[in-house]
Design a binder for this molecule. Structure first.
Ligand SMILES: *Cc1c(COP(=O)(O)O)cnc(C)c1O
Length: 353
């Protein structure tokens, strides 16, 4: 439990829980919706909001689904959870697993995980298996072993993950009083776009929202199977959280795109980094590279023939920038300015440009 209700308690009537489901929480959900000061006005949006999912307890939206998956695993009497991960799923699994006494086993692609995410899984005490292969190889392996090791699978193929993640849509609808015109988000394994669409549709059915948004999903150009319409054997992008060549929720992502009248397109790594630095420098928001794909995509919508002027738009910033300090260090191109610790030295240095 947490003092502020977590997503299970806050949205219990919308979630598949029973009297036996423990109302566990690490304080996930209720994340800030921050109005854009600079990017939105430049684009002529009526209002552009950033939903800061990096403010969740383990620093990404994965906590919303993980809390429910772990609650259901506890309800079923499981002792062990397992997942494949590009990093954030393993951090979330390891945190909730640690808190509620479950052994957590994570399979990560060897050498492809951002430092902050790996540090989290280590600190929470998960067993970390570094697979000699890609995320997609790790995912296939997990599905093969899950029964043999008597564990609960907590990847987003676990339906409770999607159920928990749909609460992001409820929060947006509550904050805005209705659905936005459009919502932009990164697409990797495609669970989140699936979950948001489910959430918005339920919000409308239950009278919380009158309208539905167009969902605008963005994959990295080097890892864009849905855009290309075929699997990518060797996905490549700086945005490790969306470096996925064969998304588990491919079909439902396409449905979300088509039913919402939205699109799924791709953005180059260069555009991702530009958006990542723009968010930090024009908005004061430090998100991880994958998250910035939503804003990189927003900036491309004009080119794609979508008018953003006068629209209310929400970009989901899926994870915290501190997850991946290496990218900031390499891409921000800021050098330390060394100085002696006295007034004259500092003043003289600041006079130079
Ligand atoms: C998992 C993740 C994504 C991709 O979400 P999917 O549900 O796999 O499409 C994007 N950004 C971050 C930070 C993530 O952790």
């Amino acid at each position: 439990m947490s003092v502020r209700p977590g997503v299970i308690e806050r949205y219990r009537e919308f979630l598949p829980i029973t009297e036996k489901t423990p109302l566990i929480s690490l304080g996930e959900g209720s994340t800030p919706m921050v109005l854009s000061e600079n990017i939105g006005p430049r684009l002529g949006c009526k209002a552009l909001y950033f939903k800061l999912e990096g403010c969740n307890p383990t620093g990404s939206f994965k906590d919303r689904g993980m809390v429910l998956a772990v609650a259901k695993a506890l309800e079923a009497g499981k002792r062990r959870i397992v997942c494949a991960s590009t990093g954030n799923t393993s951090a979330a699994a390891a945190a909730y697993g640690a808190r509620y006494g479950l052994e957590t086993i994570v399979l990560v692609p060897s050498g492809e995980i951002a430092l902050g995410k790996l540090a989290q899984a280590m600190a929470y005490g998960a067993r970390i298996l570094a697979v000699n292969g890609s995320f997609d190889d790790a995912m296939t392996t997990v599905i093969d072993i899950v029964d043999a090791i008597d564990a609960e699978l907590v990847n987003s193929v676990n339906k409770y993950r999607i159920e928990g993640q749909k609460t992001g849509a409820f929060e947006i609808v509550e904050d805005l009083g209705d659905a936005p015109d459009m919502m932009c988000l990164p697409v990797g394994n495609a669970g989140n776009i699936t979950a948001y669409w489910k959430g918005y549709k339920e919000a409308q059915t239950r009278g919380m929202a009158r309208s539905l948004p167009r969902l605008m999903g963005f994959q990295a150009a080097g890892a864009a199977p849905i855009v290309l319409g075929k699997r990518v054997a060797h996905p490549e992008t700086i945005a490790t959280a969306i470096r996925i060549g064969n998304p588990a929720s491919w079909k439902t992502a396409v449905e979300a795109r088509d039913e919402s009248g939205g699109l799924i397109d791709k953005v180059e790594d260069r555009e991702i980094i530009d958006a990542y630095l723009m968010l930090a420098r024009d908005e004061g928001i430090f998100c991880e590279p994958a998250s910035a794909a939503s804003v990189a995509g927003l900036l491309r919508l004009g080119e794609l023939g979508v008018d953003v002027a006068g629209k209310t738009i929400v970009c989901i910033l899926t994870g915290n920038g501190l997850k991946d300090p290496g990218t900031a260090e390499k891409r921000a191109l800021v050098e330390l300015e060394y100085v002696e610790p006295d007034l004259e030295s500092v003043v003289n240095l600041l006079k130079k440009h």
